[in-house]
Design a binder for this molecule. Structure first.
Ligand code: AMP
Ligand code: ZN
Length: 467
């Protein structure tokens, strides 16, 4: 039985899909005015694990992700500049070129982290999506949920009594949060833009005609329109980072349920932040922003090391980034991949072996307990230490890797020259024989030749090339 934590109810719930054995999954995609940072990517890895767990449980998953290429303003509450137009000014390109460039960069980044892409990518600014967004706003207008101000068409949140059903905040608290960005023309601080008018004194690069005037859609309406367009009535799970709970997802629910009169998505799941510098959220608007390129690739670190680091923290717990985290994780992944490689070396055809039933049951129990991946990694270690035959061990671990996505079968370990392997073997024997003096001497010798020796638990140690 698969249990998932649902932000709507603040409980772990038994997962039940609308259609038998099929799941409609919607994950809020990137705003493509800059590179994704490794914090954003933590959310996409959590969603990737969710999808892999669903597939492992034999669900057929239809996964849709939007690309926010219009309408996301620098303030999440409809104030400030459009992030894409801002990016265009910064780079001396058109907003369309900026969107295209960072969409491509995002797709490359997720590949590096072995994230399985969605079945459908959908751009907010595509003609069909603009049409669908306008159609939804028209329905809301007909049902009297909207009003016009000098700068746009707004959703009147006081007309949707269940407005706080996702945030679980009192209306006063929600209003307080919304006051940060002042807009005197709004009837209620929590009201949000469905359509914004182009400014009168300047021309926007991205704008469309609408029944209310030339302009562009608000940020939230795109996810309602795109999920309805591509998932139809298969609205099972909707995900994002926790920052989306109080504004973006709350507004998506209000406008969608007001328009259709039906429940919009049964399960809402949110990933916790990647923090840096002692609990500070990594953000695109801050100078603490690290990309895959500068945090890993430039340092010659395999990006999957970062994936491995993320798997060690449960998705609902905050994770602190540091270079030490990455170093430890590099160690851990190298160790694991080394062990798998040794097994692969000794097992001629893994297909002849079976996935161990007992371990598989244990593994399913933890991943189905709201994606307890840290525990799943502990089970991988148990398998390695078990009495199973080498072939069964390998078959079991490669099966679990379908969920972990560490690509263990293909991991390239930096090869060590024979001379270093021989020295390491000698040191291993010295340690087993408790000859500490010789062991230290051999460590120094290996290090002098340009390799890193790190001592681990139980007299074990690792040797790797310097990056
Ligand atoms: P954006 O490109 O800004 O629209 O954000 C893309 C996704 O990244 C959203 O689901 C956000 O909730 C998520 N996100 C933003 N910052 C972080 C962070 N520091 N850690 C984890 N997820 C984040
Ligand atoms: Zn969204």
């Amino acid at each position: 039985m698969l249990k998932l934590y649902n932000t709507l109810t603040r409980k772990k719930e038994k997962f039940k899909s609308i259609k038998k054995n099929e799941v409609g999954l919607y994950t809020c995609g990137p705003t493509v005015y800059d590179y994704a940072h490794i914090g954003n990517l933590r959310t996409y890895v959590f969603e990737d694990i969710l999808k892999r767990v669903l597939v492992y449980n034999n669900y057929k998953v239809r996964h849709v992700m939007n690309i926010t290429d219009v309408g996301h303003l620098t303030g999440d509450r409809d104030m400030g500049e459009d992030k894409l137009e801002k990016g265009a000014k910064r780079e001396g390109k058109t907003a369309w070129e900026v969107a295209e460039f960072y969409t491509k960069a995002f797709k490359e980044d997720i590949k590096k982290l072995n994230i399985i892409g969605p079945d459908i990518w959908s751009n907010a600014a595509s003609d069909k999506n603009i049409e669908k967004q306008i159609e939804l706003i028209k329905i809301l207008e007909e049902k009297s949920y909207t009003y016009k101000t000098s700068d746009g068409v707004y959703f009147d949140t006081s007309k949707f009594p269940d407005y706080n059903k996702l945030s679980h905040l009192k209306l006063d608290e929600l209003k307080e949060g919304a006051r940060v960005e002042k807009n005197d023309e709004k009837k209620n601080p929590t009201d949000f833009a469905l359509w914004k008018f182009s400014p009168k004194d300047s021309k926007r690069q991205m704008e469309w005609k609408s029944p209310w005037g030339v302009g562009f859609p608000g940020w939230h309406i795109e996810c309602s329109a795109i999920s309805m367009r591509h998932l139809g009535d298969q609205l099972d799970i909707h995900c994002g980072g926790i920052d989306h709970i109080n504004v973006h997802h709350t507004n998506e629910i209000a406008q969608s349920e007001a328009a259709t009169g039906e429940k919009f998505f049964n399960y809402w799941m949110h990933g916790a932040f990647l923090n840096i510098q002692g609990g500070k959220k990594m953000a695109k608007s801050d100078d603490n922003f690290l990309t895959i390129e500068n945090a890993l690739i430039k340092k010659n670190i395999n990006p999957l090391v970062y994936r491995f680091a993320m798997l060690q923290t449960h998705y609902r717990k905050p994770m602190e980034y540091s270079e030490d985290t990455i170093k430890n994780s590099e160690h851990g992944l190298n160790n694991l991949a080394n062990k798998v490689r040794t097994l692969m070396f000794k097992v001629d055809n893994v297909k002849k072996y079976a996935v161990d039933k007992k371990f598989k049951e244990k593994f399913i129990n933890v991943i189905n307990d709201d994606l307890n991946i840290p525990q799943a990694l502990a089970i991988v270690q148990e398998v390695l230490k078990s009495e199973l035959s080498k072939g069964d061990k390998l078959a079991t671990i490669l099966d679990f890797d379908k969920v972990l996505g560490l690509d263990l079968q293909k991991q390239k370990i930096k090869e060590l020259p024979k001379e270093i392997i021989d020295l390491a073997e000698k040191r291993k024997k010295a340690k087993q024989g408790k000859d500490w003096e010789l062991s230290d001497k051999l460590r120094d010798e290996i290090q002098k030749k340009g390799y890193i020796v790190e001592d681990l638990q139980d007299n074990d140690f690792s040797v790797r090339a310097k990056n």
